[in-house]
Design a protein around this ligand. Sequence first.
Ligand code: PLP
Length: 471
Amino acid sequence: LNNQSFKEEALKLVNWMTQYLEEVEHYPVLSNVKPGEIASEIPDTYPEEAEKFQKLFLDFEEKIMPGLTHWESPNFFAYFPASKSKASILAEMLTATLGVQGMVWATSPAATELEDKLMIWMQQLLGLPQAWSGSIQDTASNGTLNALLTAREKATNYQINQNGFREQPVFRIYCSEQAHSSIDKNVKIAGFGINNLVKIEVDESFALIPEKLEEAIKSDIEAGYQPLFVMNALGTTGSTAVDPLEKVGAICQKYNLWLHVDAAYSGAALIIPEFRWMSKGIEKADSFVFNPHKWLFTNFDCSLYYVKDKQALINTFSITPEYLKTENDDIVNNYRDWHIQLGRRFRSLKLWFVIRSFGAKKLRTIIQQHCDWALWLKQQIDEHNDFEMLAPVSVNLVCFRFNNRKISEEALNSFNEKLLKNINEAGKIYMTHTKLNGKYTIRWVGGHPELTKTHVEKAWQIVLDHACKLN
Ligand code: PLP
């Protein structure tokens, strides 16, 4: 592509993108291709000669599009939506064009300084302690890994960084039975050993029971372990359960443990002061992670990681080879030292575009509507004889199942599994499941910025129709 053909193709692409966004609701939300179907369309080896862009794009439309699930559809109610917005897409186009690497201040001062400011804006928006410091990372999984590593190093005076695990105590890490699996993966990676991750029992709302946490800590101390780290879920993946942060924080203070808050999804609701009951006690936390790429209309990836002790974080990660030294190192943030990887994308640009193009007021309105519509859906389920709620609604996730009270638990599980499969195969909406107390649970979560009440009403009608057909 030369400059002229780049421009022509780019303009065509923008038209295609606009049409896609206009028509996205007409695609089946969940791709229905079979495993291997897409791979069979792609040659087994690479082209030796250059190919025309038009040909390439045609192949994208014909061979790749059928294998895509449409996360951009407002009828995507699965997992946690990765909801983006048009302003964010435009920023991503700019980011891709500029190709900026923001690893140190000098590699693009604007990238670092915009990120400095955006982290402050977000602190204010979310109601987080102003003394914290933070940076934008790729994912919540990596934010949590950073927290574990920093906690480990701070507790050992950076000895594991220096000398490895020799002669170190056996550390224990705590989280609820409902915590996201990224903690399990990170405990393995950070060298603690998965058997030292202690899963604490939850109550009927799937939130961690603080008394059980304290019991586990005490018994571990008696057994010669060293309790190190507690992860408090501010919105679990299964049901958006909220662990009691204030009580968990008091226990962490009593035993001098690092308190990490995983607000990867539900953190978006903190922009509305009425939802800050979820973050009551936040000042006791040592670190906090939240993903604007989930429910704040910013393209994947964009995850905010805050830490109380910035110096401990930097001490843990800092390595300065000669070729990365710059004359301003003492007076600027070099974000390469705030996480594992060196290279970093210019992620603050899209978040800046999102916040400015919506404005905080509009963002609050949209998030509040999503939560209100989740409550509307809950009400339909509560009022229907053949359905039941399986978890409280804290934000915009509704956990439910069909239950006509005539069949066994086992049969109910199979029925709901089949019901969800039929709904998804029909392609009008897409939801996913979890299991709560052994019950097959259908999860509906509405987080698209252009979601309307009509989408929610239609989704409920689709559930009713399929349940009626299957029953
Ligand atoms: N924590 C929670 C509560 C989540 O729901 C998820 C993902 O859904 C994660 C962490 C991991 O997020 P990421 O994909 O950004 O690593």
